[in-house]
Write a protein of this length. Sequence first.
Length: 153
Amino acid sequence: MALEQTLAIIKPDAIKNKHIGHIIEKIEAKGFAIQQAFMLQLAQEEAAEFYHIHADKPFFNDLTTFMSSAPLMIMILEKENAIAEWRTLMGATNPSEAEAGTIRAEYANSIDENAVHGSDSVETAFEEITFFFDADEALDFEETPESDTAASE
Ligand code: CMP
């Protein structure tokens, strides 16, 4: 299994409901390293750019309005198989379908306000990480951590 990075966002509902700490506790308990983190509020046009793949969906306007309504917490999470593991920890997009113990089961209100976001593939993770961070802050997926360690010894 490969060491991966994924983009995680704590959404306005979870921030408003004071769940940042609870969510980070779950992230760390699952062994993710929080490699980068900061908070910012997007303009609606920036939220639209970030979610461009949903531009033709009926929920697009509500989604971009919500995602630009208040600050977000943006994180790069790193772990073996991080992309799939973060999606498992988030739970199903619709919290009513999310497994017990997942973040959305515990902290999300609805499919529109579902507490967290995560990348869905290696390609999307790279695109989403570089939306918020400089490319050189994102891990080069071709590099193995073992060879880094060996080189520095
Ligand atoms: P997220 O993982 O951030 O990706 C797109 C978001 O659109 C999704 O979480 C949901 O919050 C929101 N959304 C609203 N309605 C739907 C829907 N029917 N299917 C998928 N996503 C939806």
